[in-house]
Structures are given as structure tokens and as C-alpha cells.
Unconditional design. Structure first.
Length: 395
């Protein structure tokens, strides 16, 4: 499967500087969003380090969901704020991110799942999100592939949808570079130098960058960066695979991004075909080889509530990483034990859709000012203190 990367002109690639005010580790959508938001607020001495190509990690996929349809109020606010930036992205950055607001449809197949969706929808609506509960019959009208008799109901948020992550990376990267950020691809972090509770430098395969501030946005690789700095970041890489069906002579009906809470199966339009997936049970680890082993679970799920999709005619697909935390929610904050070490990672499958808002939040945190939410609930210490964030609308 070919990698999808950001088409930046690097014919005159910049040299690695000897020093920087802040070094951002990770050149995917999260790192680039943070870089642009920092630069837009006047921080000029920014270096972004990417071990491969920009946008080649978890951001290297044609389409990613964008939504505010969450159960936790903080995640709702992240999604809501990000959707606002996605809506104006083309005008602001001159890059078409293929934003398609087809809506999100979360399916319930038990009474408990239905009650959870009802509670989540109440939370969303209290925060101004355009979402509502729908009956099983209406869900099948919204998505003709569904078998209404297998459902107890669903939640529907028509303003949500999907966009192209790699195009968002491209827009932020170009914007950050225009504002003076130095973007270094094919640059691997080898170590973080610290003296006591002071960061001294970042060591890469190209040499040393003296700095007192690091923002770790390395996604699935964040635990390793944290270990270098002596900051535990409980993030595990987990492979996820999707498939694309054959393009049809006539298009399928326009479908909402549809997700089944019971099985984690999901699907939506992709051209005249469909994009299909399921959160196939995987051991953690850095395997990104594509296989079709997930189809057994997908077919079992489809046979119950979307039988037409069983044994799909796939022509291609890809594998990528979720960056999972123990409670499947993000790690955001600054280490209390190493001032100047910030982190934005562990998004567990919903990092792309939260990236614009996280870039804003991390900029406020770096500049020491109040933001649109208090990031304290997302700190990495929550797991040792016995607290966690409860989010239901995730797969």
C-alpha cells in the first residue's frame, strides 16, 4: 500500500538549526496544527521534526471522520471547535480538505447502548451540537444498507462527516512554514538531554538542537520520546486496517458515516464505492503490514445488521496505527516533573478530528494563558491518580 504524504517542495530543504525556542516532535496533523497555531500567535523560533515524511504516520489516509458526536462534554467541545476550523480551512489556507458533511450515525443494538446514546445526545445538544436520536426505521432510511430489525435506535448528527487528513497536514505545514517555522523531514530523534528538571537539547541523526521546550506530538511513537525525556506517556501502537470496495458504474446512495457500537464496524462512501472497517482485535506493536484477517470479524458483524456488505468486493486498503491510552482518550499537558516538556498524543482514533482545537489548546498552554477548556483532566498523571475520562462514542 503506497504511503500518502504531504507534497511540500523540499528541493531546498532547510538545515537543522543549532537552537530553537520550541521543538515539536511529530510532523503529522497534530504536530503541524500545533506548529501553525504557535506561529500564528507570534512564536517564530519553531522546529518540527518528522522521522519519515510529513503526514506519513497515522495521518496517511485518504479520509478521516470529523465530528462533535461524543458523550464526554470535553470531547464534544474539541470536536465542535475543530469542525468550525475545518469549515473555514480552504478559505484560510488555500487547501481543499474535501470536507463532506454527510453526518454521523451511531447505531445501538441493545437497550443499554440506546440509553447511552440518548444521554450523549442530551449532552451534545446542551452544548449546541445539532444531533438527535432516530428510530431504527429512520436509521435504515438514512442508510439503506442497514437492517432495521437488528437495531434498537441510533443517534444522528448531520453536521459531522469526513475530510482528508493529509490535506489538513498540507495546509498547516505550508501555513507554519510561511510564518517562519522550520520543518525537518527524515529527521529522527535519538535522545533528549536534560539536567535535573531542565531540558537542554534534542539530539537527532542530524545533530543537536539546543532548546528548553519540547512538544511531543509523535503519535504512536510517543512513549519512546517520553522515555528519552524521563516522562512516562502510556501510549501503545495498535494496527487498524480498512478496505475499499470496487468503484461502481453508478454511485451508492449518499451515506452518513455509520458506526456500530456493539461490534465497532463502520463504513461510508468512497467515490462510487465504500470504505469499510472494524476495530479488529490486535495486539499492540509496530506492525503496519496489511492483511485481510479483519474481514472475518467484519463479515460476522455485517451479517447481523448490514447483510449486503458481507464478503465485500475489495480492491485495495491500508493499515495504520491507533495511538491508544488506557482509557482511549488523549494525553494533553505539561509534565510537572520536567517543565517545558509538553505532550499532545494518545488520541486513540480521534486525533485528526480534534487536531485544530488541540493546536489552539497547546498554544495557550505553552504561552501560559487560559484556554477554551482546562486541560487538567487530560494530563498523563490521571492514570496513577486513579482518574480517567469516560467516553462511549468511540471505536
Amino acid at each position: 500500500m503506497a504511503q500518502i504524504t504531504v507534497p511540500l517542495d523540499l528541493s531546498e530543504a532547510p538545515a537543522q538549526p543549532a537552537s530553537a525556542e520550541v521543538v515539536i516532535i511529530g510532523g503529522g496533523v497534530m504536530g503541524m496544527s500545533i506548529a501553525w497555531h504557535l506561529a500564528e500567535q507570534g512564536v517564530r523560533d519553531i522546529v518540527v521534526i518528522e522521522q519519515s515524511e510529513f503526514g506519513s504516520g497515522s495521518s496517511a489516509k485518504p479520509l478521516g471522520g470529523v465530528r462533535a458526536n461524543f458523550s464526554d462534554p470535553l470531547n464534544v467541545l474539541f470536536g465542535q471547535r475543530s469542525l468550525n476550523e475545518f469549515a473555514g480551512f480552504k478559505e484560510k489556507f488555500g487547501v481543499d480538505i474535501m470536507l463532506n458533511r454527510v453526518g454521523y450515525l451511531f447505531l445501538a443494538r441493545t437497550e443499554q447502548e440506546l440509553a447511552n446514546l440518548e444521554q450523549g445526545t442530551t449532552t451534545q445538544r446542551s452544548l449546541g451540537v445539532n444531533s438527535r436520536m432516530v428510530s431504527a426505521a429512520e436509521a435504515a432510511e438514512l442508510n439503506p444498507f442497514l437492517r432495521a430489525s437488528a437495531l434498537t435506535g441510533a443517534s444522528y448528527s448531520p453536521d459531522d462527516g469526513w475530510a482528508a487528513p493529509v490535506k489538513v497536514v498540507e495546509g498547516y505545514a505550508k501555513g507554519a512554514r510561511e510564518l517562519g517555522a522550520i520543518l525537518l523531514n527524515r529527521t529522527q530523534v535519538l535522545d533528549v538531554q536534560r539536567t535535573g528538571d531542565t531540558i537542554e537539547s534534542v539530539i537527532t541523526n542530524r545533530g543537536e538542537i539546543r532548546t528548553n521546550a519540547i512538544i511531543c506530538a509523535a503519535g504512536a511513537w510517543s512513549a519512546e520520546i517520553g522515555e528519552m525525556a524521563g516522562v512516562p506517556l502510556p501510549v501503545e501502537a495498535v494496527r487498524r486496517m480498512v478496505g475499499l470496495t470496487r468503484q461502481q458504474p453508478s454511485p451508492h446512495p449518499r451515506l452518513p458515516f455509520t458506526l456500530d457500537l456493539s461490534t465497532t464496524m463502520y463504513f461510508h462512501n468512497y467515490g462510487n464505492g465504500l470504505l469499510l472497517g472494524i476495530s479488529h482485535l490486535e495486539k499492540s506493536g509496530f506492525c503496519r503490514e496489511y492483511s485481510y484477517e479483519w474481514l472475518r470479524e467484519f463479515n460476522a458483524a455485517a451479517s447481523v445488521f448490514a447483510p449486503e456488505l458481507e464478503t465485500p468486493d475489495l480492491t485495495e486498503g491500508w493499515a495504520g496505527y491507533y495511538e491508544n491510552t488506557p482509557d482511549k482518550n488523549a494525553l494533553l499537558g505539561e509534565s510537572p516533573h520536567l517543565p517545558g516538556f509538553f505532550y499532545a498524543t494518545g488520541f486513540s482514533g480521534h486525533g485528526f478530528l480534534q487536531a485544530p482545537a488541540v493546536g489552539e489548546l497547546m498554544t495557550d498552554l505553552y504561552l501560559g494563558r487560559e484556554s477554551f477548556i482546562d486541560p487538567a483532566p487530560f494530563n498523563a498523571e490521571r492514570f496513577t491518580s486513579g482518574s480517567s475520562i469516560s467516553e462511549i462514542n468511540i471505536i
